[in-house]
Design a protein around this ligand. Structure first.
Ligand code: L3W
Ligand code: SF4
Length: 441
């Protein structure tokens, strides 16, 4: 059984409220941290090996150490709660059921980074969660854990919740900062990174909800103990939101030593595939990461079991591996059509492209059009090569990762399931009867 650090108290009634959270030992990590120096806390985070839980897996301690500290310029912590990656809903779970874990993590992080005003930027569609967060902030303030002179340390910290307008691109950190400044959420060119020039050109750390929540157990048990959980550079625990063709969809906390097979079939996690169907493929890290067929998902190319961690999932690169990404684990059984699936994703990325870069703005539209054509049974063999060519021209040629995120699912689908694309071209009359009408969108 995986060790629980973040969700250990999630089942306790009333844990959303300060009183219950406190009774369970809540805010003791903050009390401990506020007796340490910011440098000592930073060292704990570095030692823990924590990697960003939003998708890129960038080492959190390293990101924090990049934060510029020009004299007299305020610094900010911004929590990226714009969880919009299809298949990803673990931050929603944390915020809805354990808001104080996030607030406590933000207090410790704000103290470490020297942020007196910190923000939570939350996706607009999570319409009921800002009230939960704001209530938790008020409770923490009333108990002296936010506001002025916290616990008599002289440290002041306010947290504000900002609702997004419902655009996927605002989960990209620089688009998020633009939106937080009241502008259209267009990504900025990097460098400069937010750690140097972020919110209102001030040094800013942008971290995912889960990354900030993980700061609490790191301080609680120490960075060294946290690093002992997991394996290699995949330390600590990871939240996985599992969905698709599985018996038990939901949010699971894993310690990154379990195999993909165990995760899918064990009763502790997904509980297998309904109706005894076979596993066809999986997208383990949110819709942006490459789809992997069952044979490569359960084993690596070397015949080793594939594990639920950053290194093992990526083993073999994009040709045979995939990515841990945001932990949005989408399972497809043998009845699912990869062409249809890829088409719906292409539609999503086309709709969400901000339009600044030509390869992304135009390429996502063309990919959607061609996929629709193939799915409807109106495609030609050369359309498959054209699709391959377009995705290659997008990858690496855009301002932000949305371009890559649109290209990778198409590339992986053609690489691993070319026969399905060809089947659609060869069997137009069957396409018309077997699709679910999604090709008309
Ligand atoms: C200072 C340097 N900071 C890197 C920072 C950078 C950022 C972090 C990672 O994309 C991926 C994307 C999605 N000085 C720095 C530096 N940083 N070098 O490190 O940066 P980067 O560019 O590797 O990634 P990113 O822009 O954060 C995230 C993939 O995750 N994804 C996730 C999507 C998740 C959601 C969601 O709903 N939560 O949208 C899925 O796989 O495709 O590739 O902070 O500033 N020298
Ligand atoms: Fe906008 Fe797409 Fe360019 Fe990102 S890659 S900046 S979403 S056009």
């Amino acid at each position: 059984m995986s060790k629980k650090l973040l969700l250990k108290d999630a089942h306790i009634e009333g844990i959303r409220y300060f009183e219950t959270y406190r009774k369970q030992g809540g805010y003791t990590a903050a009390e401990k941290a506020l007796k340490m120096t910011p440098e000592e806390i930073l060292e704990e985070v570095k030692v823990s090996g924590l990697r960003g839980r939003g998708g890129a897996g960038f080492p959190t301690g390293m990101k924090w150490s990049f934060l510029a500290k020009p004299e007299g310029v305020p610094r900010h912590l911004v929590v990226n709660a714009d969880e919009s990656e299809p298949g990803t809903f673990k931050d929603r779970y944390l915020m809805e059921f354990l808001p104080h874990l996030l607030i406590e993590g933000m207090l410790i992080s704000s103290y470490t980074l020297g942020s007196n005003v910190s923000y939570i930027y939350i996706r607009g569609e999570y319409s009921w969660i800002p009230d939960i967060l704001e209530e938790a902030i008020e409770e923490a303030k009333a108990a002296g854990f936010l506001g002025k002179n916290i616990l008599g340390t002289g440290f002041d910290c306010e947290i504000y919740v900002q609702r997004g307008g419902g655009a996927y691109i605002c989960g990209e950190e620089t688009a998020l900062l633009e939106s937080l400044e009241g502008k259209r959420g267009n990504p900025r060119l990097k460098p400069p990174f937010p750690a140097v020039k972020g919110l209102w050109e001030r040094p800013t750390v942008v971290n995912n909800v889960e990354s900030i929540a993980a700061i609490v157990p790191i301080i609680d048990i120490t960075g060294a103990e946290y690093a002992k959980i997991g394996v290699g550079r995949s330390t600590g625990t990871k939240l996985i939101s599992a969905c698709g063709n599985i018996n038990k969809p939901g949010v699971y906390e894993i310690d990154m030593t379990i195999t993909v097979e165990e995760f899918i079939y064990s009763d502790e996690y997904c509980g297998g595939i309904p109706n005894g169907k076979k596993l066809k493929a999986c997208i383990p890290g949110g819709s942006s990461v490459p789809i992997v067929p069952a044979n490569l998902l359960l084993k690596t190319v070397n015949g080793e079991p594939r594990y639920m961690n950053y290194e093992s999932l990526a083993d073999g690169g994009f040709a045979t591996g995939t990515m841990m990404g945001s932990g949005g684990f989408i399972v497809l059984d043998e009845d699912q059509c990869v062409v249809e699936h890829t088409m719906t994703l292409a539609r999503f990325y086309h709709h969400e492209s901000c339009g600044q870069c030509t390869p992304c703005r135009e390429g996502t539209g063309w990919m959607h059009k061609i996929l629709k054509k193939i799915e409807k049974g109106e495609g030609k063999m050369e359309d498959i090569d054209l699709l391959w060519d377009i995705q290659r021209k997008i990858e690496g040629n855009t301002i932000c990762p949305l371009g890559d995120a649109a290209a990778w699912p198409v590339a992986a689908a053609i690489r691993h399931f070319r026969d399905e694309f060809e089947w659609h071209v060869k069997n137009p009359e069957l396409c018309l009867t077997q699709n679910y009408g999604l090709a008309n969108y």
